[in-house]
Design a protein around this ligand. Structure first.
Ligand code: BTN
Length: 254
């Protein structure tokens, strides 16, 4: 059920209006449903709980109370769901650092701290008629007890609550994050993507690390070498061959 509509007219696009729900199946799904009603660009769907939170590649996203679950509706100038998913990592890292967790990005868009995942992004491109939208879903383990996460993710995850002694409310976190996301989206509207991706690259610890990347065409083991001009991960394998990876699941090996 929708419990509040929050307005922030000082923002340009992202987060000017936030619809707050107590519980939904998935904020990405709710955002897709309301696209029909011609909602303004930058609208945010924020829920306290999700019954069926989704991650990349059809994985589940555990969404206990205390975590932050939101989706942003965007109508970008180009078909850029992948790029926007990467760029959303920049304000996410800024917010995590602001609140005391020196997180970094694992390609494509996991926020990790000391090798453990603290937040993830699911970016989906959606057509309604001939109109293209991006629904940018962000899940952050803010006030989450890691011990209460499902056993298969518990050992690989952390939370703000675990890493920072000071209590950070979801209201404070979302406010800071949306402010930074709004700044970045304004830059996106008038800056070439390869330039913005330089900022992404600077936060992405996959570059320079030894990695194993599971792709639809097999697993590549080598070193993360660079981010391509459209956001691909470039890996040089142990035989010296260069691979440009557009979609895959990365494991850091060092
Ligand atoms: C991933 O790491 O695989 C991406 C996780 C994205 C989770 C968020 S929570 C809010 C939004 N709604 C969803 O169902 N998923 C995203």
């Amino acid at each position: 059920m929708r419990t509040a509509v929050l307005e922030a007219p000082h923002r340009r696009i992202v987060g000017r209006t936030v619809w707050h729900y107590d519980a939904v199946e998935s904020t990405n799904d709710t955002a897709k449903e309301i696209l029909e009603s011609d909602v303004p660009e930058g609208l945010v769907v924020w829920a306290d709980r999700q019954a069926a939170g989704r991650g990349r590649h059809g994985r589940a996203w555990a969404s206990p109370p205390g975590g932050l679950y939101l989706s942003i509706v965007l109508r970008p100038k180009d078909v850029h769901a992948h790029v926007l998913g990467l760029l959303a990592g920049i304000p996410l890292i800024q917010a995590l650092r602001h609140f005391g967790v020196l997180a970094a990005l694992k390609w494509p868009n996991d926020a990790v701290y000391q090798g453990k995942k603290i937040a993830g992004i699911l970016s989906e491109g959606v057509y309604r008629g001939d109109r293209y939208h991006v629904v940018l879903g962000v899940g952050v383990n803010t006030n989450v007890d890691v011990d209460k996460l499902p056993p298969d993710v518990r050992g690989r995850a952390t939370s703000l609550k675990r890493e920072v002694s000071l209590f950070v409310s979801n209201e404070e976190f979302i406010d800071y994050f949306l402010g930074k996301a709004d700044d970045l989206y304004s830059r996106y509207t008038n800056t070439p993507v390869p330039i913005l991706l330089r900022d992404y690259r600077g936060q992405c610890v996959t570059v320079g690390k030894r990695v194993s990347v599971a792709t639809g065409r097999g697993t590549i083991v080598g070193r993360g070498y660079d981010i391509g001009p459209h956001g691909s991960l470039i890996v040089v394998d142990d035989a010296g061959a260069r691979h440009e990876i557009v979609d895959g699941t990365v494991e850091h090996l060092d």
